[in-house]
Design a protein around this ligand. Sequence first.
Ligand SMILES: Cc1cc2nc3c(=O)[nH]c(=O)nc-3n(C[C@H](O)[C@H](O)[C@H](O)COP(=O)(O)OP(=O)(O)OC[C@H]3O[C@@H](n4cnc5c(N)ncnc54)[C@H](O)[C@@H]3O)c2cc1C
Length: 349
Amino acid sequence: MSDRFTTFDVREVVKESEIITSFYLEPRTPLAREFVPGEYLIFEHRPENGEPIRREYSISGTRDDEIRVTIKRELAPEQGLQDGIMSTRFHDATMAGDTVKAAGPMGAFTLDRDADRPVVLLSGGVGLTPVVAMAHELAGTARETVFIHACENGQVHALGQEMRELATAHENFSTHVLYRTPIDRDQLGRDYDTAGMITQDLLEKLTPGKDVDFYLCGPGPFMAAMYDTLLAMDVDPDRISYEFFGPATVLRPKKKTVAKPTASDAPVITFAKSGVEAAWNPAEENLLEFAEENGVMVDYSCRAGTCVTCMTKVIKGSVSYSVDPFEQPKDGYALLCCCVPDGDLELDV
Ligand SMILES: Cc1cc2nc3c(=O)[nH]c(=O)nc-3n(C[C@H](O)[C@H](O)[C@H](O)COP(=O)(O)OP(=O)(O)OC[C@H]3O[C@@H](n4cnc5c(N)ncnc54)[C@H](O)[C@@H]3O)c2cc1C
């Protein structure tokens, strides 16, 4: 096992809602550094006969020397398919007294600690985990902070009381919760503030000022809708930070045309299965972005060299890593999210 993984003792397991559970974990050796709100840990499970399974879970808070992760049970979308491997393992087979292995903290979706602008933390479903960590840091500071959370109803609403308590204790911090389909026992004003979905009108009312930092996390359709709403509100895209919890497309508007490299000797990139060939554009940060710009869809998750979802077979040529991947991919493969071509390149995608 890579020595970047640390053993954590599971100290407590807390059910937060019918589908979401928190795990309080104490590392046996100190982490490499303190975490920045928004970062995640990578958990690894090594089945007896099989490849290691790795999944990211955002740090949702801390308690003394313990780190908390808050995990949704991912059920199979339809009969005959397998339930989510790692989340089911956490929910059904991880209890106080057990140990788990994780590496980190890491991630690019982090609270800008140098800014002094007001903040809107905008989350859907289990996407609240990284922004809950941000909420804890922001509450009690000079930055006005609004925590807006949307979920189905009280059955699946996690950490609601924790956020309400934060709002009661700190003047700069307020919450607004939306339930799409409240059930009988859900009480307006106590459990949630609005029935239905987040609208532009509501977002405009809740946003504290013109120059505000937005942090978004939630399911793909939620993120796409929120991003478009923020753009419609004339929010500068540079003020919007976001993270997906699974494969999804980047939100920022795609360039209409691909800027052609000026050098005539630019490497030629061939995406064999897609039948696409294009001259490498040095303005691109990595081959994943370049593939997307050229209409080649590659599965990805973390976009940070950890989850290996974008690992692709290299048929011809070689790559260099612009960002060190968490672990080198197996021979003959490349992690497209963090590498650039050394020359002409043919990829099996
Ligand atoms: C940066 C980051 C942070 C994250 N933080 C959190 C967090 O704080 N909390 C959290 O709960 N999650 C978080 N996630 C998501 C998490 O990493 C996992 O992706 C999630 O728990 C699912 O993993 P799994 O192993 O349970 O499911 P997987 O085994 O990966 O399966 C995913 C889904 O696909 C379904 N599936 C299985 N087989 C098939 C098939 N053949 N066809 C179609 N569907 C199928 C499964 O039933 C499941 O619903 C984060 C992800 C990222 C990238």
